[in-house]
Unconditional design. Sequence first.
Length: 158
Amino acid sequence: MKRSLYATFMNVGTSAEPNYARMGKGISEMKEAYNAEEESNQYIHEDSATNEVLSYSPTFDVTQKCYVGEEIFEYVDEKRKNLAVEEDAKTDCLKVYLYCQLAENIYEAARINTTLVIGDFDAKEITYNVKQNGNQETGYVTITPEGKVTFTAGKYAA
């Protein structure tokens, strides 16, 4: 599968008026780490441990080249310049599975509340983490030919 078929969109607008921009320009690698919290118990009657996954704390580690005018860079750079904390460091993102098309311009997706944590900046590149807050909300997105992205929670009904 091509990496381009797993898209991440960041809300560079507000929660009242979302504006989702696709993360991509200047980003050559962005892997999602799931950071599972696990519990392992070795019971006396077993030779091997019993393992359970308790939770996940997903993050995207991002290194992005600085392109003035690129929406994601401009948004993250404003957070950096203002040393955004607490609510100011939060936004939401969409994980869009373009390889799971449900209908024309409609794809499986998940919406996640996130916190942006700025790492490094040298005017050539900026590093940051996109950390998930709480559970994701599953649903689908509609992407218009003009590129507007709208998330709808729940199952798609054809």
